[in-house]
Design a protein around this ligand. Structure first.
Ligand code: SAH
Length: 354
């Protein structure tokens, strides 16, 4: 018995949960209680952020990566994968198309690929900014000087998921890397004046409910502008091929609990959620999410950016995906935002120094 009513009543008075209360929420199995949790999260989303859903167009411009993250299909040890890099011109042309389709934010994502130097990325950012879109970067861990250069070129946001708040699990999943360094990067980004996005994966092998509660508390202590929460999906060309995938149900519980604790944070209903269940993204929008990512990667590269298998959207062209997202939003009685959808949680004074 979770005593959900008591926990939610206390939440309405205090706006917060204890760690144990979060663990109780994540342990809910009763269908009626689940609905109660999701409905509460949906109400908080509506109260703080309204009915607007922000569409972000994502361009996955390179699948080269120097890292060996145990869960990720594009990790450097995957020899079976054909590697690609989009040129600056190709990236700019794809972004221009996105903007002409009405996207207000272009997200640039890649493996950790230092072929794209600070300067190359800065030029791409400046080019997209000149076209009038907001720019989110998601290029992994880079020196602070690179982050500073890109901010100066006009980048608005940076997405760098901490993946798990458990330092031991983090170290096991990311050989040669540490949670402390990931968090250092997030601090750098914040200090440089970025709107900061982070988040986790749900259902990683070795992760339990207490660990997930820790993730949610970390998201809050980072005062995130955006938090991406998606199920772990095992990839056959990785050491975790035989691990159990994260479930939609647990992912939605983490999403809903995060919405309650971070009422103003942008929460996408992730592509990973849509990949494990065709109804996943819709369910996410009903459990606290207010953002959808639309894949704009040119079709000839799309299936090569295979961070996890059976990624939703591998075959559909951007125009189609946009129409699908729009009709899902409309069916829910909500509307697509026409603004930039900047983060509104945290407004530090920008201080741009390397
Ligand atoms: N190199 C960038 C982008 C990584 S890919 C970076 O380090 O930030 C973007 C996200 O995909 C990751 O942050 C991770 O949360 C997610 N991801 C990677 N492999 C996954 C898998 N097998 N299942 C689910 N999500 C995965």
């Amino acid at each position: 018995m979770t005593n959900l009513t008591t926990i939610l009543k206390k939440y309405k008075e205090s706006g917060t949960f204890t760690r144990d209360e979060i663990i109780s929420l994540l342990g809910i199995e009763d269908e009626k209680e689940l609905m109660q949790l999701f409905t509460q999260a949906d109400q908080v989303r509506k109260e703080y952020l309204g009915d607007e859903v922000h569409l972000r167009g994502i361009i996955e411009f390179s699948n080269w990566c120097i890292r060996n993250c145990l869960y990720c299909g594009i990790n450097r040890c995957n020899q079976e994968l054909a590697r690609y890099r989009m040129s600056s011109d190709e990236i700019l042309a794809t972004a221009a198309e996105a903007i002409s389709m009405g996207f207000k934010t272009v997200v640039l994502q890649s493996g950790e690929d230092f072929y794209y130097t600070g300067e190359i990325v800065a030029d791409i950012v400046a080019g997209i900014k000149a076209m009038g879109a907001a720019v989110t970067l998601s290029l992994g861990e880079r020196p602070r000087a690179d982050y500073a250069q890109w901010k100066m070129a006009g980048a608005d946001r940076y997405l760098l998921k901490f993946e798990t708040s458990d330092p031991d699990l983090y170290a096991r999943l990311h050989p040669g890397s540490s949670l402390a360094h990931r968090l250092r990067c997030l601090e750098d980004l914040r200090e440089l004046g970025y709107q900061v996005g982070s988040g986790n994966m749900v259902g990683l092998p070795g992760q339990d409910l207490a660990s997930l509660a820790g993730d949610i508390l970390l998201m809050r202590s980072l005062s995130l502008d955006m938090a991406g929460i998606g199920p772990f999906i095992p990839h056959p060309a990785t050491p975790l091929l035989q691990a159990e995938p994260g479930t939609v149900k647990l992912t939605l519980k983490v999403l809903a609990a995060t919405r309650l604790l971070l009422p103003r944070t942008h929460l996408p209903s992730t592509t990973a959620l849509g990949s494990v269940d065709s109804d996943g993204r819709r369910s996410g929008l009903l459990a606290g999410a207010n953002v959808l990512m639309v894949n704009l990667t040119p079709l000839r590269y799309r299936n090569l950016y295979e961070i996890y298998p059976a990624k939703a959207e591998v075959k559909d062209d951007p125009g189609r995906l946009k129409i699908e997202a729009e009709s899902m939003v409309k069916q829910l009685g909500r509307r697509i935002s026409t603004g930039y959808g900047h983060g509104n949680l945290y407004k530090p004074k920008p201080q741009i120094n390397a």
